[in-house]
Structures are given as C-alpha cells and as structure tokens.
Design a protein around this ligand. Structure first.
Ligand SMILES: Cc1cc2nc3c(=O)[nH]c(=O)nc-3n(C[C@H](O)[C@H](O)[C@H](O)COP(=O)(O)OP(=O)(O)OC[C@H]3O[C@@H](n4cnc5c(N)ncnc54)[C@H](O)[C@@H]3O)c2cc1C
Length: 130
C-alpha cells in the first residue's frame, strides 16, 4: 500500500487487530498465516477535540484545508495519490478519506472532496465536551 515502508504503528486499533490475528494464527496451526490487511488508523482526544489520522505521513507533501485548527483536514500526498489524512473534529469525513486511500485514489479528487466539505461546513459532527 505504501511502497514497502516499514512502519511502527503504536495505536490502540493496531494493537487490537494484531492481537486478534496473532490469536487466530496460534489456534490455526500450520498453513498460511493470516496477515494484517488494514491501514494505520488512530484517534486521540485533546482538550475537547478529536484528532483522527489514517494512512501514512512518511515521505509526503502535506496540504492543510481549512483554518488550520478545529474543523480542518490535512491531506498527505505522494505523487498523484492521496496516502494519508488527518481530521480535527470531522468525524463524518475520516472514513470517506480512508476509502480513497485504500482505493489508491487521486490527489486532485481528494483535495476537491475535502475542500468542498470544509467550505460547506459538512462533516463536523464530533466535537467532544472539554
Ligand atoms: C500517554 C499515551 C497516550 C496514548 N494515546 C493514544 C491515543 O490517543 N490513541 C492511540 O491509538 N494510541 C495511543 N497510545 C498508544 C497506545 O496506548 C498503544 O499503542 C497501545 O496501548 C499498545 O497496546 P499493547 O497491547 O501492544 O501494549 P500495552 O497497552 O502497553 O499493554 C501491555 C500490557 O502488558 C503488561 N505487561 C508488560 N510486561 C509484563 C509482564 N512481564 N508480565 C505481565 N504483564 C506485563 C503491561 O502492564 C500492560 O498492561 C498512547 C500511548 C501513551 C503512552
């Protein structure tokens, strides 16, 4: 997915997925071991705001869409592909961006999508209590 990069993925979701796969492989015994198939994802709550990240930021160019704080999207580009996305208080958008990353979607389309979402105010449904 990301050109053979070796990644340390220190997130809850990855720890849970790898633990489940390790358990299934342990009881399966011989044969092809199941491999992890997802792409890195994490969320973190900071001072009443939700940060969500999917994909990778390694060896990328980053572009901020929005005011640069809550309500913003940061997209990470390699060549003509989107490979990562960070959202702040945009719970309605992160999985839509994930689908684009998994589909090796185009950079231009992802920028167009994120810009339209930020400009029309949609996608901001996840502000947390401070
Ligand atoms: C301050 C902090 C904030 C974080 N925030 C986020 C976040 O917002 N979002 C996110 O996705 N990730 C976050 N992480 C990362 C996330 O917590 C880890 O990636 C995840 O917990 C790793 O899970 P794990 O099961 O591999 O290890 P751990 O959760 O570290 O579990 C290992 C367990 O093994 C136990 N143990 C160790 N040695 C032994 C032993 N010899 N015998 C018995 N038990 C033992 C430990 O006590 C521990 O309970 C954060 C980490 C830190 C430190």
């Amino acid at each position: 997915m990301f050109g053979g990069d070796l990644l340390r993925v220190e997130h809850w979701t990855n720890a849970a997925e790898q633990g489940a796969i390790a358990g299934r492989n342990a009881i399966r015994g011989e044969g092809d071991p199941e491999k992890i198939s997802g792409i890195p994802y994490f969320w973190s709550n900071w001072y009443g705001h939700r940060l969500q990240f999917v994909g990778t930021s390694l060896r990328t160019e980053e572009v901020v869409i929005g005011p640069g704080g809550p309500g913003s999207v940061v997209l990470y580009r390699r060549g003509d592909r989107i490979v990562g996305a960070l959202t702040i208080d945009r719970g309605g958008d992160i999985m839509k961006l994930r689908r684009r990353i998994v589909a090796r979607g185009s950079w231009d389309e992802a920028v167009e999508f994120a810009t339209a979402r930020v400009e029309d105010g949609s996608g901001t449904k996840q502000t947390l209590p401070a």
